[in-house]
Design a protein around this ligand. Structure first.
Ligand code: F6P
Length: 391
C-alpha cells in the first residue's frame, strides 16, 4: 500500500484531531501504511521517533480533544533547503510519498514548495549516496493534500476552516459571562478577540455573533477589524463609539438601526460592551488596540472601564460538533485525493463549499489569500472583499 503521513503545523485548532483520525482510519481502510509526523515540519526534519506508524487504535478517543495530539510547531529549519533535504531523506527511508498537511496558509505553502523541490532533493540525496537509485525511482513523486486548520478563518477557497466554529463558541460563552457581570455595574467592558491579521475575525461568522449574542455589529466583511458592541440606554458612550468608528476605514458603516432608539435602550438596559479584534486597524493602518479604545472611553466618558483579552482561551478547549464533523469529512477527502493523484496532479487543498467537501488547487487558494492580505494592506477594501468571495 501507499505510504501516507499526516501532520499538523502552525497554530493548533479544535477539530485537528478529528482530521488526523479520519486520515489514519481512511488510509488504513484503503490499505495504506499511515504515519504520524509529530511536531509538524520540525518532526519531519528531525525524524527518528517523530515519525511513527499509526494504527486503528492509535487514534481512538481523540476526536473530542482540543488542540492536536500529534503536536505542532512553527519550524525555522524547514525554511532552509538543508532542513528540507533531511526531511526528504526521512520520508524516503519510510516509503512516504503522500503528505496530508493540516495547517494555515504558511504551512500549506511550505508543503507545495517541498513538492516542487522534491525531484532535486532526491537527486541530491542520490548523489551524496544517502538513497539508492532504486529509491530515487520508486519515490520520485510526492503528493500533497492540504486542509486548513486555523481559528482565524482567513483562507480563501473554504467557507470555514477547521476550528473556526469552536472558537466562535468560546467567544460567545465569554461574552455571555461578561454580560452578567457587566449588567451588574455601570461600567464599560472591552473584549479583545484573537484572529491575527484577520481582524475581521471569523468574518463569515460575524453575523452569527450578532445573532447569537444580540450585539450590534460594525464590520467591513473583509477589512482588518471588527468591532461589535452592545450599548443600551441612551448613553453618551454611543457618541464615543461613533467618533471612534469615524476614524476607521471608509467601507465601514454603522448598521442602520444602531444609533436609532432601540428597544433595549428605551427599556433602560445597562450594557456597554465593545469587542475589538486583535488585528483591528484604523484608516491610517494604525492598530486599534483594546487599550486605545479604553482610553477613548475613559477620556470621553470618565467611565470605569475593564479590558478582557480572550487570547489562547479562544483557541483551546474541545471542538464543536461542527468542527468534529468537518475534520472527519476533510480528512477522508484528503486521503481520497491522494489515492486518485497521478504524477501530473497538482497539490490540492480540501475545502468546504456550501455543504460539500471539494478539492481546489492549493496554490491558487494560497495566492488568493495573499492577494486579499495585500489589498487590505493597501487599504483597497472593496478589492479585498471581491477577491475573498463569499468565504
Ligand atoms: O493563527 C492562529 C493564532 O491563534 C492567531 O489568531 C494568533 O494571532 C496567533 O495564532 C497566536 O500565535 P501564538 O500561539 O504563536 O502566540
Amino acid at each position: 500500500g501507499k505510504g501516507i503521513a499526516v501532520f499538523t503545523s502552525g497554530g493548533d485548532s479544535p477539530g485537528m484531531n478529528a482530521a488526523v483520525r479520519a486520515v489514519v482510519r481512511m488510509g488504513i481502510y484503503l490499505g495504506c501504511k499511515v504515519f504520524f509526523i509529530k511536531e509538524g515540519y520540525q518532526g519531519m526534519v528531525d525524524g527518528g521517533g517523530n515519525i511513527e506508524e499509526a494504527n486503528w487504535s492509535s487514534v481512538s478517543s481523540i476526536i473530542h480533544k482540543g488542540g492536536t495530539v500529534i503536536g505542532s510547531a512553527r519550524c525555522a529549519d524547514f525554511r532552509e533547503r538543508a532542513g528540507r533535504l533531511k526531511a526528504a531523506k526521512n520520508l524516503v527511508d519510510r516509503g512516504i510519498t503522500n503528505l496530508v498537511v493540516i495547517g494555515g496558509d504558511g504551512s500549506l505553502t511550505g508543503a507545495n514548495l517541498f513538492r516542487q523541490e522534491w525531484p532535486s532533493l532526491l537527486d541530491e540525496l542520490l548523489s551524496t549516496k544517502q538513497i539508492s537509485a532504486e529509491q530515487r525511482e520508486k519515490y520520485k513523486h510526492l503528493h500533497i493534500a492540504g486542509m486548513v486548520g486555523s481559528i482565524d478563518n482567513d483562507f480563501c477557497g473554504t467557507d470555514m476552516t477547521i476550528g473556526t466554529d469552536s472558537a466562535l463558541h468560546r467567544i460567545i460563552e465569554a461574552i455571555d459571562a461578561i454580560v452578567s457581570t457587566a449588567y451588574s455595574h455601570q461600567r464599560t467592558f472591552i473584549m479583545e478577540v484573537m484572529g491575527r491579521h484577520c481582524g475581521c475575525y471569523l468574518s463569515p461568522c460575524a453575523s452569527t455573533y450578532v445573532i447569537s449574542t444580540g450585539f450590534k455589529c460594525f464590520h467591513p466583511w473583509v477589512a482588518k477589524f471588527i468591532i461589535l458592541f452592545k450599548m443600551d440606554n441612551d448613553h453618551p458612550a454611543l457618541d464615543v463609539v461613533q467618533s471612534l468608528l469615524e476614524s476607521l476605514p471608509d467601507c465601514v458603516g454603522p448598521d442602520e438601526d444602531v444609533f436609532s432608539d432601540s428597544q433595549e435602550r428605551s427599556a433602560g438596559q445597562r450594557l456597554n460592551i465593545i469587542i475589538v479584534a486583535e488585528g483591528a486597524i484604523d484608516r491610517d493602518g494604525e492598530p486599534i488596540t483594546a487599550e486605545k479604545v479604553k482610553q477613548v472611553v475613559v477620556d470621553n466618558l470618565k467611565q470605569d472601564t475593564r479590558i478582557t483579552v480572550l487570547g489562547h482561551v479562544q483557541r483551546g478547549g474541545s471542538p464543536s460538533a461542527f468542527d468534529r464533523v468537518l475534520g472527519c469529512r476533510m480528512g477522508a477527502e484528503a486521503v481520497m485525493a491522494l489515492m486518485e493523484a497521478t504524477p501530473e496532479t497538482e497539490a490540492c487543498v480540501v475545502s468546504l463549499d456550501g455543504n460539500q467537501a471539494v478539492r481546489l488547487p492549493l496554490m491558487e487558494c494560497v495566492e488568493r489569500t495573499k492577494a486579499v492580505a495585500k489589498a487590505m494592506a493597501d487599504k483597497q477594501w472593496e478589492k479585498a472583499v471581491q477577491l475573498r468571495g463569499r468565504s
